[in-house]
Design a protein around this ligand. Structure first.
Ligand SMILES: Nc1nc2c(ncn2[C@@H]2O[C@H](COP(=O)(O)OP(=O)(O)OP(=O)(O)O)[C@@H](O)[C@H]2O)c(=O)[nH]1
Ligand SMILES: [Zn+2]
Length: 200
């Protein structure tokens, strides 16, 4: 790879690439309605792929240990995420459920949602995103177990290709006690499937 390929593209390079794609699609990037589009698309990419700039380990590093002896599953369910598939760069939209069984320390629950967001805001396949979330929680918090279950709708299957609507993909990664102890795993799955008492 030459040095040009190694250096990060400038914003101008990125906007030029969008102008090329507009031309490739058959339109004129110089017409009035499209003049600001390259800048808007690059701003959107900044948002869609902001996860490359963030470190999930840092997010998880702030923990609390005054938990009154709580040693049961903590489950955060229905965390909505928006990602992009690495094959077609179109949205994957879904929900993630994260459970962990604390060893001694617990983490602020918003941090679990932030970890989902960091991995979602990268180019992904759902299997890897599921594993990455589970593995980083296991690595940083060292709990007795972690479970990550994700349901996603892949626009590369709905708006193009097979045009198959109403299909969702479900992936799960169980580590530690959730993998090894059927009782703990079954309790988790029962809690996960219980209707919300908050009407959510
Ligand atoms: N396993 C997995 N596959 C995915 C995910 N997101 C998209 N895909 C699939 O990735 C595959 C890429 O297949 P290719 O044959 O290389 O690409 P393609 O010709 O555009 O395929 P079609 O989508 O079938 O038109 C497709 O089958 C997609 O449905 C994901 O998160 N996990
Ligand atoms: Zn895809």
């Amino acid at each position: 790879m030459n040095s040009k390929n190694n250096s990060a593209p400038t914003r101008q390079d990125a906007e030029e690439a969008i102008r090329t794609l507009i031309r490739w699609a058959g339109d004129n990037p110089e017409r009035e309605g499209l003049l600001d589009t390259p800048a808007r698309v690059v701003n959107s990419y900044d948002e869609f792929f902001s996860g490359y700039k963030e470190d999930p380990r840092e997010v998880l590093s702030r923990t609390f240990d005054e938990v009154g002896g709580y040693k049961e599953t903590v489950l955060l369910r229905d965390i909505r995420f928006e990602s992009h598939c690495e094959h077609h760069m179109v949205p994957i939209i879904g929900t993630a459920h994260i459970a962990y069984f604390p060893h001694s320390r617990v983490v602020g629950i918003s941090k679990l949602a932030r970890v989902v967001e960091i991995f979602a805001k990268r180019l992904q396949i759902q299997e890897r995103m599921t594993s990455e979330i589970a593995n980083v929680i296991q690595e940083v918090l060292e709990p007795k177990g972690v479970a990550v279950i994700i349901e996603g709708s892949h626009q590369c299957m709905t708006t193009r290709g097979v045009h198959n609507t109403g299909v969702s993909m479900i992936t799960s990664k169980m580590l530690g006690i959730f993998r090894d102890d059927p009782t703990t795993r079954n309790e988790l799955l029962m809690t996960l499937n219980r209707p919300s008492t908050l009407g959510l």
